[in-house]
Design a protein around this ligand. Structure first.
Ligand code: NI
Length: 187
């Protein structure tokens, strides 16, 4: 397995809309997925989308095991691959919860997201699935799914908070960023 560089805020690939793949004929799909998990674990993340490793493919991976606790034992077995992901329904009350992103190191902000989501996708065996999620799982899925549409969590924060993080984001765009995993900046 290989640890891939994580693309940082400001890199144009993070703003592209990712496209469905021909999963059955995609070269080394298994290897890519393994590398995405490895890259995510190495950076202590719980989700990673293909644009974050420079690919405009509609793929993301999630593993909530590091967040499993007595309140949320179900996170322990929540390791999933979402290929050709499409959200088919969003519902429930909007909740405001703090998020971070491996492509935006050092910034954590409260992000409004709908409480429930239904998503259609192919799993790692290329089997079609359609599943409904709520709570934190729905949030992580919406965050990763946003990456496939070129949307970052900082796009969704309040105007006031946007102003507060503006200079940090501008620095990232210029390649001024410090973190302890392998990255690729726009400059
Ligand atoms: Ni992210």
């Amino acid at each position: 397995m290989m640890i891939l560089p994580i693309y940082i805020y400001g890199h144009p690939v993070l703003r592209k809309v990712a496209l469905d793949i021909d999963a059955a004929n995609y070269p080394k799909l298994k290897e890519l997925i393994d590398n995405m998990f490895e890259t995510m674990y190495h950076a202590d993340g719980v989700g990673l989308a293909a644009p974050q490793v420079g690919l405009t493919d509609r793929i993301f991976v999630v593993d909530l095991a590091p967040l499993a606790n007595e309140e949320h034992p179900e996170f322990k077995n929540f390791k999933k691959v979402f290929i050709n992901a499409h959200i088919t329904e969003r519902s429930g009350e909007t909740e405001l919860v703090e998020e971070g992103c491996l492509s935006i190191p050092g910034i954590h902000e409260k992000v409004p997201r709908e409480g429930e989501v239904t998503i259609a996708y192919l799993d790692e065996d290329l089997q079609p699935k359609e599943e409904h999620y709520s709570g934190f799982m729905a949030r992580v899925i919406q965050h990763e799914y946003d990456h496939l549409d070129g949307i970052l969590f900082t796009d969704r924060i309040s105007p006031l908070r946007k102003r507060m993080v503006k200079s940090k984001l501008a620095a990232m765009e210029k390649g001024k960023v410090a973190c302890d995993y392998k990255i690729r900046t726009a400059r």
